[in-house]
Design a binder for this molecule. Structure first.
Ligand SMILES: NC(=O)c1ccc[n+]([C@@H]2O[C@H](COP(=O)([O-])OP(=O)(O)OC[C@H]3O[C@@H](n4cnc5c(N)ncnc54)[C@H](OP(=O)(O)O)[C@@H]3O)[C@@H](O)[C@H]2O)c1
Length: 340
């Protein structure tokens, strides 16, 4: 009986596979293309503790037969696969559908398999954070990002929708035959990438700083959690935490300007942009910037938002890595592999 990890080629999925193999688990890792070295080479190189095994299988969330085959006979499922982009010309097809159609296929496969005893679904703080929030407020998992729309927050919409699909399906199953279910809600994830594919998604901001794509930092708070802690929380949630629990995994936060200063201190020979743009200037930049909008800037810049991760500390016994450690542990693999 294997632990299936969907999206195993991904940043978080790869660390979950590494964590499970280090515990000697039998892992069935799903990827979209088993012949692509950027998706599988780092998985094949992972150390495997006694009793463990790694089976890499091809699965596309839109191909229901491949989802059925990947999950058949599994005892445990960690469903991380999703499209992790926040804007697209076709947000329905590129951002929402993989989460919605994909997760519908996943729960249908779990039902068909009838063997899955534990199900951990990767959700996000994006499924919790409403578009508008009060400066300085602390969010808990009581909140849902129900105001997310295709136009203004397609990624939030995708994460809310997929979590609701999992929870709705779960609630409709007979209590005696349904798997244990927990959802994990990371904020922005940092920590060692294992493949150049991991530099997209949450590492895109850091890569823009590494590549000095902009000469300035925004007056922006970044909530941070380490990818190794995210993986650990997923694995602990297979057996720990409350049934149907929603767990925020957030270690703390840094201002973007402080991130730049820490990176400069750690790598003084490289050039870093350390100037923090004043708010009015950042709004002006947003007017012309291809990646940020004025409404996004108004909603996010200068504001503080905190997350209550104490339930994960209590129920999953998580102790978070310091955000600055996670940040500084991200860059060595980037520089050593020439991914910068
Ligand atoms: N990184 C963060 O800061 C963060 C924060 C909160 C929540 N999350 C959630 O964590 C999960 C993993 O994110 P990540 O950061 O690890 O992103 P990632 O590196 O982009 O990984 C996403 C994974 O999903 C797979 N995938 C995408 N579309 C698929 C499809 N149609 N069929 C099958 N697989 C597909 C990708 O496969 P390919 O390699 O083939 O593209 C990849 O393995 C996502 O659910 C994301 O929403 C991430």
């Amino acid at each position: 009986m294997a632990v299936v990890v969907t999206g195993a080629s991904g940043y978080i999925g790869s660390h979950i596979v590494a964590n499970l193999l280090a515990r000697g688990e039998a892992v069935r890792a799903t990827v979209r293309d088993v012949t692509d070295p950027e998706r599988v080479a780092h998985l094949e190189a992972l150390p495997i503790a006694d009793g463990g095994s790694l089976d890499i299988v091809e699965m596309d969330l839109f191909d229901a037969a491949s989802v059925d085959a990947a999950i058949a006979g599994a005892s445990d499922l960690i469903h991380t696969a999703a499209s992790v982009i926040v804007r697209s010309k076709d947000p329905q097809r590129k951002i929402v559908d993989p989460s919605v159609i994909g997760t519908e296929n996943v729960v249908a496969a779990v039902e068909k398999a009838g063997t899955v005893e534990r199900f951990v679904h990767t959700s996000s703080t994006a499924a919790i954070r409403p578009m508008n929030y009060r400066d300085g407020m602390t969010l808990t998992t009581d909140t849902w990002a129900d105001d997310a729309t295709l136009e203004d927050n397609p990624y939030g919409l995708a994460k809310v929708s997929s979590e609701r699909i999992v929870r709705g399906w779960h609630a409709a199953q007979p209590a005696e035959s349904r798997p244990r279910l927990v959802t994990i809600h990371p904020c922005m994830v940092f920590g060692p990438p294992m493949s150049p594919r991991h530099l997209r998604g949450s590492l895109a901001l850091l890569m823009a700083m590494v590549r000095r794509e902009t000469p300035l930092n925004l007056p922006m708070q970044v909530s941070i959690v380490d990818v190794r802690d995210v993986a650990e929380a997923h694995v602990r949630a297979l057996t720990g935490g409350e049934e149907e629990g929603r767990y925020l995994v957030v270690a703390g936060d840094m201002m973007m300007g402080d991130m730049a200063k820490a990176l400069k201190k750690a790598h003084p020979k490289r050039r870093w942009a350390t100037w923090v743009a004043p708010y009015w200037f950042a709004l002006f930049v947003a007017l012309f910037h291809p990646k940020i909008s004025v409404s996004w800037a108004r909603n996010h810049l200068r504001k503080k938002l905190y997350w209550d991760a104490s339930p994960a500390e209590r129920d999953l016994e998580m102790i978070w890595k310091d955000p600055i450690e996670s940040l500084l542990d991200t860059t060595p693999a980037i520089f050593e592999n020439g991914w910068d």
